[in-house]
Write a protein that binds this ligand. Structure first.
Ligand SMILES: N[C@@H](CCC(=O)N[C@@H](CS)C(=O)NCC(=O)O)C(=O)O
Length: 297
C-alpha cells in the first residue's frame, strides 16, 4: 500500500495489485471507500460505475488541487546545473514545449509535485551542461530517475504512470487498453496532418479532427477519450491547445464546429487542475505558431 502525501490534508492510498484509477481508495479520517468484486445487478453496476468514475475524477482533481506550485524560473546558459544524480527525481521541461507539457501534466495529475522536481530549461539560451551531463539528445522533456535519464514524452508519461504512486491514468480493461494504444500511436500522425494543413486553407485538417471526434464518441461513460480521464487525453491536450486558437485566428477554422464531442472534451480538459497549471495564453501560442509556420509557407 503506497501512500501519497498531498499537502498535509489529503492522502490517497491504493492497492498495489491494481492500476485502475477507479480502484483507488480515498480515505478520510473516518471513511474509506473501497471496491470489492461482488456480483451486482446491472442497475447497481451502473450506479457503482458512475460513483467510481466520479471518485476517480475527484482523485485526479485533488491530486493536482492540493498544490498551487510556484514555478521556478527557466535555467539559461549562465545557470549552474542542479546536483545531477544526487537521488532527486527531476523532470526537465521547457514551459513552452508541448511534449514536455504532456509529462508535466502527468506529474501534476498524479500529485507528484513533491516527488518530481521541475527543472525548466530555456531552450533559446540552453545551458551547455544539459547536453553534456543530463540528456545528450539535448531535447526536453527528460526525466532523471534512479540514476538514469530518459526521454520521449509518450514513453515518459507511461513510465511515470507505472513507476510512481498516485491515481492510475491508464485503464485496466483490455478493450480500453487496446484503444488507448491505438490513440497514442496515432497522435504523431494527427499532429503531422494538422501541421501540414497550415499550408492550405485549414479544411485539410478535417480528416484528422473527424478522427478525434469519432474516437471521443466511442465510450459514453465520460467526456474523455476512454470515457474517464487518461494518458490519452494528456497526449493530445497540449497540441489541441495550440491548434485551436491558431487555426481559428489564421485560417478562421473552428475545430469544434460540428464536433460537439471535441467541444465538450476541451471544456472538461480545461477543468483538470493538473492541466490548468501547465496551460499558456492562447495568444502566445498563436504568435509562436505564426512565427514558426507562416514564415515557411
Ligand atoms: N519526440 C520528442 C520530441 C521532443 C522535442 O522535440 N522537444 C523540443 C522542444 S518542444 C526540443 O527539445 N527541441 C530542442 C531541439 O530540438 O534542439 C518527445 O516526444 O519527447
Amino acid at each position: 500500500m503506497a501512500t501519497l502525501t498531498l499537502g498535509s490534508t489529503i492522502g490517497f492510498s491504493h492497492s498495489s495489485s491494481s492500476s485502475d484509477i477507479s480502484a483507488y481508495c480515498i480515505p478520510s479520517s473516518t471513511t474509506r471507500f473501497c471496491f470489492s468484486s461482488i456480483i451486482l445487478s446491472p442497475l447497481k453496476l451502473q450506479k457503482r460505475t458512475s460513483r467510481r468514475r466520479a471518485r476517480a475524477l475527484i482523485a485526479v482533481k485533488m491530486a493536482a488541487q492540493a498544490f498551487q506550485e510556484v514555478l521556478p524560473p527557466a535555467l539559461t546558459s549562465v545557470s549552474e546545473p542542479p546536483p545531477i544524480f544526487d537521488g532527486t527525481t527531476r523532470l526537465y521541461i521547457s514551459y513552452t514545449c508541448p511534449y514536455a507539457q504532456r509529462v508535466w501534466i502527468t506529474r501534476n495529475c498524479k500529485g507528484l509535485q513533491n516527488k518530481i522536481q521541475l527543472v525548466p530549461i530555456n531552450l533559446q539560451d540552453r545551458p551547455s551542461w544539459y547536453k553534456e551531463k543530463v540528456y545528450p539528445p539535448n531535447k526536453v522533456p527528460a526525466l532523471e530517475h534512479n540514476n538514469e535519464v530518459k526521454g520521449e514524452s509518450l514513453d515518459l508519461i507511461k513510465y511515470i504512470d507505472s513507476n510512481f504512486e498516485g491515481p492510475s491514468l491508464f485503464p485496466d480493461e483490455p478493450g480500453k487498453r487496446e484503444f488507448a494504444e491505438e490513440l497514442i500511436n496515432y497522435v504523431n500522425s494527427f499532429t503531422g496532418s494538422v501541421v501540414s494543413s497550415f499550408k492550405g486553407d485549414g479544411n485539410e485538417a478535417d480528416v484528422a479532427f473527424d478522427y478525434i471526434e469519432s474516437a471521443l464518441s466511442k465510450y459514453g461513460d465520460g467526456p474523455f477519450f476512454l470515457g474517464q480521464f487518461s494518458l490519452v487525453d494528456i497526449a493530445y491536450a497540449p497540441f489541441i491547445e495550440r491548434f485551436r486558437p491558431f487555426l481559428l485566428e489564421v485560417k478562421t477554422y473552428d475545430i469544434t464546429a460540428g464536433r460537439p464531442k471535441l467541444a465538450a472534451w476541451i471544456e472538461e480538459m480545461n477543468k483538470i487542475k493538473g492541466y490548468q497549471q501547465t496551460r499558456r495564453d492562447p495568444q502566445e501560442h498563436v504568435d509562436s505558431y505564426k512565427k514558426r509556420f507562416l514564415s515557411r509557407l
